[in-house]
Design a protein around this ligand. Structure first.
Ligand SMILES: *Cc1c(COP(=O)(O)O)cnc(C)c1O
Length: 418
């Protein structure tokens, strides 16, 4: 059984989960700087083609401290909204390092990026038209829908026939007309076919497709293949990671020969989100109740779906670990089937159903593994719950608070009470 990120592998440094919760409260997001940096480096060295840059997809995790680390490692970043642009700039990203890839934005939101000198990609003919009206003569990229989609759940497949994203290939000629009507400078093409692939074949196919289309455009400065690089969420059952070496080799050979034919120096980009941050985060929570209902053992925790949405939203699996007295409880013969639930008033508030775990007691600590991506960034105040704090285990082993827990006052902050 593979357990990459347990206490044995020193995810928590010198701090036991118990000590972390005693210090910072429960529930708590804990991040490991070393793992984060390593994942950045994996992506930076994915291909051996000189002009290649991974651009971190901010929506996976927008903690400013983590963004600073990602920037330090040399990645660029993608933003979906003015809010993400704002946060990226405060983390130190320069305008030319930010790519705005919005979906269905207003003129004002487009202007927010344009005024800052941030390049934007148009996601539809109508958004391209709007962009032309407000920024005639400006530079723009096009998000194409290459007709191939992939993903771990239908909600995260973002290309193919059944999606709201991108400009369809049959509309490319119309897009070219709009570009010349407004005298726009088309500098790049981008795509994003979906999230979480562990087999790189469909991704490679989509790369080839996009490159075929790109041949029909002159003077492109970059081509961006999107994100979706998966991580193994089922490590405890031996799921293998993405074969980056194989993917990198295939990608290198495809882009190198394409660039030679194109005859122009061109930058290639990817947009990993999950791959960069997922494995660097564990969500810790506490067991407050244990009960039997209809033959099912419910382990009641403070990890409601306001702290982590993925299980409820996508039926997503996270491996789970149990800690007691500072130690990991080993799984084995005494394992019992249990259902781990949160503290939100909805029957759907289930983190993991029917899983085998060691015999759990009140006060035990639950660790939700691989929670760094789409964890905190999707957290909410539903049920007027306070969003958790976030803590970083730094390279030296010391911990630092990188976002405080919400306070009760935060719940009233936006009201205009008289
Ligand atoms: C969400 C998103 C990504 C990142 O997806 P991951 O699966 O986290 O790598 C990249 N590009 C776009 C346009 C996205 O919407």
């Amino acid at each position: 059984m593979i357990k990459y990120f347990t206490i044995e592998n020193n995810f928590f440094g010198e701090n036991s989960p118990k000590k972390l919760l005693d210090t910072y409260g429960s529930p708590l997001y804990v991040y490991n700087e070393q793992i984060l940096r390593r994942r950045c480096q994996d992506m930076l060295s994915l291909v051996s083609y000189p002009k290649f840059i991974p651009s971190f997809s901010t929506k996976a995790n927008s903690n400013v401290k983590l963004l600073q680390i990602i920037k330090e490692e040399g990645l660029y970043a993608d933003a979906m909204s003015p809010g993400e642009i704002y946060v990226l700039e405060s983390a130190g990203f320069r305008p030319e390092e930010i790519f705005f890839i919005p979906n269905n934005v207003s003129k004002e939101e487009m202007s927010y990026a344009i005024d800052r000198g941030i390049l934007m990609s148009a996601d539809s003919l109508s958004q391209l038209e709007t962009f032309g009206q407000i920024n005639s003569g400006g530079s723009v990229a096009l998000r194409l829908n290459p007709g191939i989609g992939i993903g771990h759940h239908k909600k995260v497949i973002t290309a193919g026939l059944d999606t709201k994203f991108g400009i369809n290939l049959e509309d490319v000629e119309i897009a070219k007309d709009i570009i010349s009507k407004y005298n726009l400078n088309l500098v790049g093409l981008n795509q994003h076919i979906g999230s979480l692939f562990l087999d790189s074949t469909p991704f490679i196919e989509s790369v080839k497709n996009l490159l075929d289309i790109a041949r029909g455009f002159k003077n492109l400065q970059f081509i961006d293949f999107g994100g979706g690089f998966g991580i193994p969420y089922r490590k405890q059952s031996g799921e293998n990671p993405l074969d980056l070496k194989q993917l990198g080799t295939r990608l290198t050979s495809i882009i190198t020969s394409w660039a030679r034919d194109y005859g122009q120096d061109i930058l290639f980009k990817i947009e990993p989100g999950r791959y960069i941050v997922a494995e660097s985060g564990i969500l810790l929570g506490t067991v407050h109740s244990i009960k039997e209902n209809g033959g099912i053992t419910y382990i009641g925790t403070d990890i409601g779906f306001n702290t982590i949405m993925r299980p409820v939203l996508y039926d997503a699996h996270h491996d789970i670990e149990v800690y007691r007295d500072g130690n990991l409880l080993p799984s084995g013969k005494n394992d019992k089937k249990v259902t781990i639930v949160g503290n939100i008033c909805e029957s759907g508030d289930i983190i993991s159903k029917d899983i085998e775990l060691p015999n759990i007691k009140l006060g035990d600590i639950i660790g939700i593994i691989d929670a760094g991506a789409y964890g905190y960034s999707m957290a909410s105040n539903y049920n007027n719950r306070l969003r958790p704090a976030e803590v970083l285990i730094e390279n030296g082993g010391q911990t630092s608070l990188i976002r405080r827990r919400d306070t009760l006052d935060d719940l009233l902050r936006n009201f205009t009470l008289t």
